[in-house]
Design a protein around this ligand. Structure first.
Ligand code: SF4
Length: 434
């Protein structure tokens, strides 16, 4: 019988949960160090009490940067088996979280399958599911309907929910007045905005926030405070709408922590490189160090088909500057629902960004694997190089396709191999080039 409601409450009471113990081990921290961070809200351990098979992870700027993979069926791509295949592939490739963004059909079995079989953190956006769950148009839904869906997701074992609590009726005026180039590009944010416009009512996720906190506390669901006003193009980055919402998210973070509810704060979006570090600092200051979960940032708007690269560049800068959690972006972003290969490319790009950032911010042990790779390269030990690779399959395939004349080098320089020449020169050996 647990004598605490949430991981945050346990940490504040000095109770060492098995999840906290596991995360401390993974992060090479002492239990005491991690407990202080969880108690203060700087680390969230997103672990719903009903997600029995979870392999817990901590999310916080001083921990290893985590990556999330968005999946789920849509009206045009509705095969749940294919989606489950992508989930397992994503987990095998190292995704720490799966967000189920399904927006078609009966969403319950897939969600339950995830929380019964998937060890990664599971996140959802209940506002999408509300329309599907009730099979009614948006403007006929009530605040009660939205809250009941949050409860359903909590009961099903979802570890974190994105809730767009930070926009209010004032935001409607601001969006109209400031004339953003891309208005609102957050799918959930646009639904909440549209609902407010059609009903004339206040944002239910803001108005009934205390009731939502009680649900999240009961099941230990972490709230991922959605950034409805995240910039959808470079021109909208760091504008009044984005910052005004962030200030409200800071207030909501504090209110959640008062009830021991764990929080992450979502962030941009599309953003020029020179604005990213400053945005991370402002978020950390306004939201008192709550883990920042960034959706990109994409550093240019003109690379459809390559947005896994535009976002990896931004993600690396963001994570090195304090972001804790990167939402992957695939080559299909802005174009289509990603297929298995897109998912793979998105994960690899995010993993590179996260790892590069971890090295830069000095996460414990992060660089060890790079040092091992350097040793393997110096020894021209190809098997050892595959063992250190983020994507050994691709690395191996490229080498296999263009085999070198001499096995110890590669076909890039052959006998002009600098590594080989230096090894031989330093060993006092003759270097045969011709
Ligand atoms: S041949 Fe050139 S690229 Fe290949 S391992 Fe040697 S130095 Fe590196």
């Amino acid at each position: 019988m647990r004598n605490y409601a949430t991981q945050m409450e346990a940490a504040r009471k000095g109770i060492v949960t098995k999840e906290l113990e596991t995360v401390a081990k993974k992060e090479r921290m002492t239990v005491e160090e991690l407990m202080t961070l969880v108690a203060s809200g700087k680390v969230a351990i997103c672990a719903n009490k009903n997600h029995a098979c979870i392999d817990p992870e901590g999310v916080g700027s001083m921990l290893k940067t985590k990556i999330n993979v968005n999946l789920g069926v849509s009206r045009d791509c509705k095969d749940y088996n294919v989606e489950m295949e992508k989930v397992m592939e994503a987990v095998n490739m190292g995704a720490h979280a799966i967000m189920d963004l399904s927006s078609h059909g009966d969403t319950v079995p897939f969600r339950r399958k995830l929380t019964h079989e998937c060890p990664a953190m599971i996140g959802t956006v209940p506002v999408y599911d509300s329309v599907i769950h009730y099979q009614r148009d948006l403007d006929t839904l009530t605040a009660r309907d939205f809250i009941d869906v949050i409860r359903l997701h909590a009961q099903d074992g979802v570890d974190f929910v994105t809730l767009h609590c930070g926009i209010t009726r004032k935001t409607i005026e601001q969006v109209k007045k400031h004339k953003r180039k891309m208005n609102i590009v957050s799918r959930g944010g646009s639904l909440v905005f549209a609902w407010m416009c059609m009903t004339g009512e206040e944002n239910p996720f803001y108005e009934y926030y205390d009731e939502i906190l009680d649900i999240c506390r009961e099941y230990d669901v972490t709230i991922s405070l959605g950034d409805a006003c995240r910039p959808g193009c470079l021109a909208d980055a760091t504008d009044v709408c984005q910052i005004e919402e962030l200030v409200r998210l800071g207030e909501l973070t504090k209110r959640a922590w008062e009830k021991d509810v764990q929080v992450m704060v979502e962030g941009p979006g599309h953003m020029p490189m020179d604005q990213i570090a400053a945005n991370m600092k402002v978020q950390q200051s306004i939201c008192q160090g709550a883990p920042f979960y960034v959706l990109g940032p994409l550093v240019t708007d003109i690379a459809p088909g390559y947005d896994h690269i535009t976002s990896a560049i931004g993600g690396a800068i963001a994570a090195a500057s304090g972001a804790a959690f990167l939402c992957y972006v695939t080559p299909a972003e802005h174009l289509a629902l990603p297929n298995v290969e897109d998912v793979k490319q998105g994960i690899i790009a995010s993993k590179i960004a996260a790892h590069a950032a971890d090295i830069a911010k000095g996460v414990r042990g992060a660089r060890e694997i790079d040092d091992q790779m350097a040793d393997a390269r110096k020894a021209l030990d190809w098997e050892a190089q595959w063992a250190c690779s983020i994507d050994p399959e691709t690395a191996k395939r490229i080498r296999e396709e263009r085999k070198p004349e001499h096995e110890d080098t590669c076909s890039m320089c052959g006998k002009f191999c600098a590594v080989r020449s230096m090894n031989k020169a330093l060993a006092g050996e003759h270097i045969d080039i011709l």
